[in-house]
Design a protein around this ligand. Sequence first.
Ligand code: UTP
Length: 446
Amino acid sequence: DKLFEVLKKYGQEHIIKHIDSLSKSEKDIFLKNLSSMNLELVFNLHDHFSKIKDLPVKKHREIKPHPIIDIEKLRARKNEILPAGEECIRKGETAVMIVAGGQGSRLGYPYPKGMYPISPVKGKSLFHIFAEKVCALSLKYKVSIPLLIMTNPETNQMIKDFFRENKFFGLDEKNVFFFNQEVLPSLTPDRKLIIKDRTTIFANPDGHGGSLKAVWKSGLIDRLESHGIKRIFYCHIDNPLVNVNDPVFLGWHIKEDAEFSLKVTKKRNAEEKVGHFVMADGGPSIIEYIEFPDELRNKRDEKGNLVFWAGSIGIHFIETSFIRKLNKDGFALPYHRQVKKTKLNDKEIEVWKFETFVFDALPFADRVCCVETLREEEFAPLKNKEGEDSPEEVKKAMINFYRKELTEAGIKVSPDVKIEISPLCDLEALAHKLKGEEIKEDRYIE
Ligand code: UTP
């Protein structure tokens, strides 16, 4: 009754008519599906965004660069900072959370993006690479590091089966936790729910920010804390170069007593579509590229460098107590509207999706720490089928990174050779073994 009341109140008569046309079993599925979603929330969000005609949605009085621990400082103080990070990992105070609940629509891969075979020689999937990174850390620090994977209700089973079929890629099954993010209905620009097929409506996962709500609602935060976990390393499944649980980054996060920390990288150019890390109205904030004022986007200092150079790349350390705080009085993060084109019965239609972004947690944090990282060492996101951020580009970036690691370890590699290093490889031992040798053929190094 409540559901019908909401549908009537918000002018969704086409849905009531559709329900009337369903068989008993179809009706059960449709109603179960519909009542699992927060309809009133999206109708109200629609009303809110309909009133906003211009960007930026949020206007700031003052936007300034935020202090950042840049590469020079990071390198200069590495030895001093590293021990605190390593000690925290060794004591079992960290967990790793990978968000993999997105729809991966730009890539157009028919399975969850994490299953994409991305590694350049072995064709390992993104899930495989990340699982091995966590495995390597657990071995190095002699501690079990829990791996949390956020899925959406549609992909959850497939991802779990993938891990099971692959024996959890060497991880202990008991230390891998899957949890679902929420799903919200997508709407037409004139605020109508969209019927996808007889038993479902068009819906979308509620954005990567939904992880901070879902991980708390799932009970995982309580569970982790009861095992002594104090902070979570957060990253996106689509970036195979992530330095998972980077102890130097962690050391800074601890030293600054931060609740929420982030890594940024220099934008490729003024136009690159990344969120800008700034000080907005006196506090830390990330402003999306579409909302960032043009005159600031292009602003340069006396040396010709971009003043707002820091792009956010979705890598964070987050205190578990902070996640608790964000959920205490209802979930704190604001929703954004994304206008997307999608196909319905072979016709292209425009839909409004509502999502939260993880970096919107920044202004809620009492203390924030930001560290720079190099793109070639840590950022190669898999987004598109072709061109920029395509599989081809990501593979190239991976090969270049491995090449750099080998060269730094004193191992020669001939040009144009494809190489891949397993996350489980001990580079020091390898350097010793391959001393004086030159890698001349495509090679997978274990
Ligand atoms: P993107 O925003 O790039 O989305 O996600 P996507 O799903 O990968 O790709 P498109 O936009 O549909 O083409 C960045 C990271 O956030 C996760 C994604 O899985 C990816 O790791 N994400 C995104 C979620 O976990 N849930 C979401 O609702 C959205």
